[in-house]
Design a protein around this ligand. Structure first.
Ligand code: C2E
Ligand code: MG
Ligand code: MG
Ligand code: MG
Length: 276
């Protein structure tokens, strides 16, 4: 076989490809088992309004409690899952269903925001699946938000927009995630069925001086011009918080305000906030 392909280089190349394929199949298999054996978890991170200062929502972030490797973040398994439409929609189903169940335990005025993968948005069943899950779990649509990345929405063309319009009409809150990392057409931004944008962590993380400050201000202004709520992601310091406040950013999220945490802790933290 090696000779037929004409030499060693090809043999190595072949083996590397086979190895990658095997790894991917192994991970895919592992994720299927993880869903079946209930090894996935959701952690929640607060999204905080600045004026008045209060938590208005929590973002659900998926984790895999792996039996051998411990708690894995999405970067360890979502990229593989996203290559398989069925697998990513399996995770999407699990996440939404769990988020709806856990949403009941949060105060009524706290929205639960769920991330939607690119591959899911092109799934013709997405709308029915989401509305069906809300109905089956008795969750009012207003309690749930969907986060769709800028790249996903802008590259998806208009076909992906119609279901989103109907989901927004049904009362779900729609956010454009990672704003500033893709190509947003500004004319399109105003016509998409959006309630808010989330400025990518990169805006805040890169902030060192006057020029970065003006860029953050400009990004916040774009969101506000389109009459959208603006959330800044990745806020880690008081200085960043003050900068965002001064820039007119209405909402913040990041380690300074709260780390992603299991539902019990998040609920306790919300309860404590109410009590003070
Ligand atoms: P994202 O939706 O933009 O989520 C924000 C990420 O930033 C989260 O990482 C969060 O833990 C992290 N983060 C929050 N505050 C800070 C901070 O102050 N500093 C720093 N350095 N990081 C902060 P995580 O949980 O690892 O998720 C990464 C990405 O994976 C998410 O980015 C989202 O795109 C995707 N993801 C997470 N959960 C799900 C899910 O259930 N379904 C889908 N389809 N994607 C998900
Ligand atoms: Mg998100
Ligand atoms: Mg984001
Ligand atoms: Mg991000």
């Amino acid at each position: 076989r090696v000779k037929a392909r004409g030499g060693n280089t090809f043999e190595i190349f072949d083996h590397a490809m086979e190895g990658r394929l095997r790894d991917r199949l192994k991970v895919e298999d592992g994720i299927r088992r993880a869903i079946a054996k209930d090894e996935l978890r959701l952690v929640y991170q607060p999204i905080v309004e600045l004026d008045p200062f209060r938590t208005v929502a929590v973002e659900a972030l998926v984790r895999w409690q792996h039996p051998e490797e411990g708690l894995l973040g999405p970067a360890r398994f979502l990229p593989v899952a996203e290559q398989d439409a069925q697998l990513i929609s399996g995770i999407g189903r699990w996440v939404l269903h769990r988020a709806c169940i856990e949403a009941r335990r949060f105060p009524d005025d706290i929205r639960v925001s769920v991330n939607v993968a690119a591959r899911e948005l092109s799934d013709p069943d997405l709308e029915d699946r989401i509305l069906g899950t809300l109905e089956a779990t008795g969750t009012p649509p207003e309690r749930i938000g969907l986060e769709i990345t800028e790249t996903t929405l802008m590259e998806g063309g208009d076909a992906g927009i119609d279901p989103l319009v109907r989901l927004a009409d049904a009362g779900l809150y729609i956010s454009l995630d990672d704003f500033g990392t893709g190509y947003s057409s500004l004319t399109r931004l105003a016509t998409l069925p959006l309630n808010g944008i989330k400025l990518d962590r990169g805006f805040v993380a890169r902030y060192t001086g006057e020029r970065d400050r003006r860029i953050i201000e400009a990004a916040v202004s774009i969101g506000r011009a389109a009459e959208l709520n603006v959330v800044a992601e990745g806020v880690e310091t008081e200085d960043q918080l003050e900068l965002l406040r001064a820039a007119g950013c209405g909402f913040v999220q990041g380690y300074l305000l709260g780390r992603p945490q299991p539902p019990e802790q998040m609920i306790a933290a919300l309860g404590a906030a109410v009590a003070t």
